[in-house]
Design a protein around this ligand. Sequence first.
Ligand code: NAI
Ligand code: MG
Length: 356
Amino acid sequence: MTKKILVLPGDGIGPEIVAQARKVLDKVNLQFDLGLVFEDGLMGGCSIDAFGVPLSDETLARAASSDAILLGAVGGPKWDKLDRAIRPEKGLLKMRSSLQLFANLRPAILYPQLADASSLKPEIVAGLDILIVRELTGGIYFGEPRGIRTLDNGEREGFNTYKYSESEIERIGRNAFEMAMKRNKRLCSVDKANVLEATVLWREVMDRLAPEYPEVSLSHMYVDNAAMQLVKAPKQFDVMVTGNMFGDILSDAAAMLTGSIGMLPSASLDKNRRGMYEPCHGSAPDIAGLDVANPLATILSASMMLRYSLNHAAVADAIELAVSKVLDQGLRTADIMSPGMRQVGTAEMGDAVVAA
Ligand code: NAI
Ligand code: MG
């Protein structure tokens, strides 16, 4: 049985880093006879240049009929002056909402080889391995009504709506409990139930789901405390689940505990675990085309794709082991370079992972 993967390299460093992930996928496809079939497409600025829109209906339809999507990154200064409605980022939002990719998985893993890259003391972060599950298609980023209105007194007021339905909370909650089952069976749900009614309901639904996952220990934390705890004692967490806005902020903070934006993968999944996989970083226009970008976040995103959408956990393990081996060999791209290590370019790093 074949599996169709839609590959969207995007803009900036996207094509360079995705090419490395493709090398790794081609290698495992052959070695483990996975039956993966790849198709290429355009999303972001490159699609605006070709079709006038950041995501065409044709590409969206191809995405919808794929088993998984591998994305580089979109955007760059060339398209910054365009009207908001057709900016490259709109392609990403359209993909997420059209395919209902509501579960955003953001691991923050500190590789022991890179322990000195973190801004925190080694004893606080060594061995860090947490997973933030962020709701991605609801909450205040999508809630209506929203806008800027003029009040009777002539003053203007900006407003957004924070809301979550029970079914929205339930589906992200189930996803998080399932992730916790696959890991260390600890789940922390983050809310602001002392202030926001929408999150009172969030907490209630999480508590209601808990008995269905008796092996998982569920805890609750207010988001302000969670932010403090993440920088104070991050290893107390295993899986965290939270809404769209809190997750956006907490996952970026958690990512930085690892000190290296070039190492962080992500997944955005629908209810059938079909998903879009991409590095957490952007298109890095400042280093595009220079063969210096770190391809490991994209390679690790491909590994997440094998684990979560394609049911090849053992192959995903093999790729993660290969990444670890390459770091053991002392190979480093510029962003993670430290004294005594050997600096390599984007393509050489990709080749080294393939060889490992
Ligand atoms: P960025 O993540 O592209 O870059 C931030 C800094 O990190 C830059 O100095 C860059 O050189 C460095 N960096 C990023 N990825 C790297 C890698 N793999 N290896 C080595 N260094 C790396 O964020 P920035 O500069 O805010 O945004 C640039 C463009 O990317 C913008 O147009 C933005 O809208 C877009 N963007 C796209 C995202 C996506 O496609 N999901 C996410 C974030 C930003
Ligand atoms: Mg963000």
